[in-house]
Design a protein around this ligand. Sequence first.
Ligand code: ADP
Ligand code: MG
Length: 250
Amino acid sequence: MIRVENLHRHFGGFRAVDGATLEIRKGSITGLIGPNGAGKSTLFNVIAGRLPPTSGRVVMDGEDVTGLPPHELFAKGLLRTFQIAHEFGSMTVRENLMMVPAMQSGETLWNAWFNRGRVAREEAAIRAKADEVLEFLTISHIADLKAGQISGGQKKLVELGRTMMVDAKIVFLDEVGAGVNRTLLNTIGDAILRLNKERGYTFCVIEHDMDFIARICDPVICMAEGKVLAQGTVDEVKNDERVIEAYLGT
Ligand code: ADP
Ligand code: MG
């Protein structure tokens, strides 16, 4: 579904991504691991159109999508979750979900926020969809809470929920488990597995929690120093000498 070919992203003379080549199979939940500073987030940002690459290509379903702006990738079903911005903290969880379809049409975040009254008035169907998403994620009880008041883990679930408001094909999750307690991490893992099985989403997941990766991901790709070191099942990658060395070296 996604092919990354010899991708480079340099910052000055520093090679954050240094010739990464990898594939994300359609229907997979692909894990992306590697020590801090390996270039994982930079790779995501290039794939999702937030950073232009220095060189190399990103191909989605056979089409060269290198350097397309985020909203065009979004319209093609390529989504990267983003944190709920500060200014949306005063909106409810449900409203945060309801503005996503407006964003997919290329509206800026600001316009989506500004027009939320219009969205709410015109789109009863969007409200029903948001409620269905909240139910799927087992967080209906926080629908009317202000997004700024929910826990870090609940925010992660809402971020995942935002991808369900539009026709996502592939979703990139960056450190979905960071600062999340074990129970919520399991809920997030369950939601990812169900979205994959029941709705056909493909995922690429950056996460440091190896139990989480082992439970939901196959295959796993390990990056270090901007390059892909190894790819395979969790056990294969965990036992790869270059991978062990990369982790020991940090
Ligand atoms: P990871 O997500 O694997 O921890 P990152 O992609 O965030 O790694 O970062 C890879 C390297 O690139 C780090 O050394 C980081 O300091 C550097 N880096 C990331 N973004 C920038 C930037 N905007 N400017 C300069 N250096 C950056
Ligand atoms: Mg990172």
